[in-house]
Structures are given as structure tokens and as C-alpha cells.
Design a protein around this ligand. Structure first.
Ligand code: COA
Length: 167
């Protein structure tokens, strides 16, 4: 019997954007199961908590009506998380050339740490190639319109968060 192809799409998702959602939909189409996993990222100081990011992803994925996507979170090394789950594929989206150096370093290090794990890259839809979670947060914080870049529930959550911070 052929084994199921399971992949993990890790990210900080602070917040999830239409760019991420595009990668999620396409990866779920390619693999038997996709686990979208929220990282407690040590380098970034996220605006949304891990629970809030997981909740948003769950709501968004439920609205897609796609059965083979699971939302999870992880702490520590990505390769350890994959080993625990017995998964050997990492999905990442590639935007403009500037992503390449960063992604190349991560993929190479992950392969050194665990040679049987492969990283598969999907080219980001060009509509979203210039957006980032940071840009969306900045524009939303300053009252700009970011409705074309993330779902309404994400934008409302950000607005609520920034209001709380200002108090
Ligand atoms: N469309 C639009 N934007 C996209 C995108 C897409 N398809 N894919 C990524 N982006 C943007 C995001 O909005 C985000 O923007 P930001 O930098 O302003 O926040 C940025 O590109 C990348 O963020 P994200 O996709 O959320 O992932 P990340 O790069 O923050 O995730 C981890 C990095 C979690 C995968 C990595 O840090 C990790 O594996 N951590 C675990 C610890 C570990 O194992 N470290 C050693 C690894 S060698």
C-alpha cells in the first residue's frame, strides 16, 4: 500500500495573509494531508499569541471547506517537530528573490540536522509577492486599508489588538 504524503507548512503567521492562504490551498491539493503549524518564533515578537494565530487559521481553513488540512503549533526545532510527527516534507512559499537567501539557509540547515527531511517550495502567487505580515500590521496599526491582503477576521483581530495596546 502506498504511504500517505504528509507535509508540514510552518510559519509564524503573525498574522496569516492571503499569500499564506494561497500556499495552503495549493499544498493541500498536492499532498494527502497538510499540517499548518504555528511557530512560537524566537526571532520575532509576535503581536498575536500562538492561540490567537491558531484560532484564526482554524476559522479560515474551516471556511475553505478542505478536509485534509490540520492546524497545529510547535516550539523548539522544526526538524524535531517533524520527526515526532513522522513527517518528512516541509512546505515554504517563495516570494521575491530576497526570500531566497533566507530560505536557502533554513532549508540547508534543516537538511544538515535531518537529511531525510526535504523542503518543497511553492512560488507565491504574484498578486501577493510584495506583501508581508509586517507590512499588513504596520498599515493596519496606522488605520490604512489592508482588506485586499488578509481576510476580514484577521484584520478585525489586528484592529482589536492595536486598540488594546493603545489603551
Ligand atoms: N505570500 C505573502 N507573504 C508571505 C508568503 C506568501 N506566500 N509566505 C511568507 N510570507 C511572508 C510572511 O507574511 C512573513 O512576513 P514577516 O517577515 O513580515 O512576518 C514572512 O514572509 C515569513 O513569515 P512566515 O511565512 O510566517 O514564516 P517565518 O519565516 O516567520 O517562519 C519558521 C519561520 C517558523 C519556519 C522558522 O523560524 C523555524 O523553523 N523556526 C523553528 C526553530 C528552528 O527550527 N530553527 C532552525 C531552522 S534551520
Amino acid at each position: 500500500m502506498k504511504s500517505k504524503k504528509i507535509a508540514v507548512y510552518p510559519g509564524t503567521f503573525d498574522p496569516v495573509t492571503y499569500g499564506h492562504i494561497d500556499i495552503i490551498k495549493r499544498a493541500a491539493n498536492i499532498f494527502d494531508k497538510l499540517i499548518v503549524s504555528v511557530a512560537k518564533n524566537v526571532h520575532k515578537a509576535p503581536v498575536l499569541s500562538v492561540d490567537e494565530r491558531v484560532e484564526l487559521l482554524n476559522e479560515i481553513v474551516a471556511s475553505l471547506g478542505v478536509e485534509n488540512i490540520e492546524i497545529d503549533s510547535f516550539d523548539g526545532l522544526l526538524v524535531d517537530y517533524l520527526k515526532n510527527k513522522n513527517v518528512k516534507l516541509i512546505i515554504r512559499g517563495l516570494r521575491v528573490v530576497t526570500d531566497f537567501d533566507y530560505e536557502f539557509a533554513y532549508a540547508s540547515m534543516n537538511q544538515k540536522l535531518c537529511p531525510e527531511i526535504e523542503t518543497v517550495f511553492l512560488m507565491t502567487n504574484e498578486k501577493y509577492s510584495f506583501i508581508s505580515s509586517t507590512l499588513i500590521k504596520e498599515v493596519a496599526m496606522l488605520g490604512g486599508d489592508v482588506s485586499g491582503y488578509a481576510p476580514e477576521i484577521v484584520i478585525n483581530k489586528l484592529k482589536k489588538k492595536f486598540k488594546e495596546v493603545k489603551k
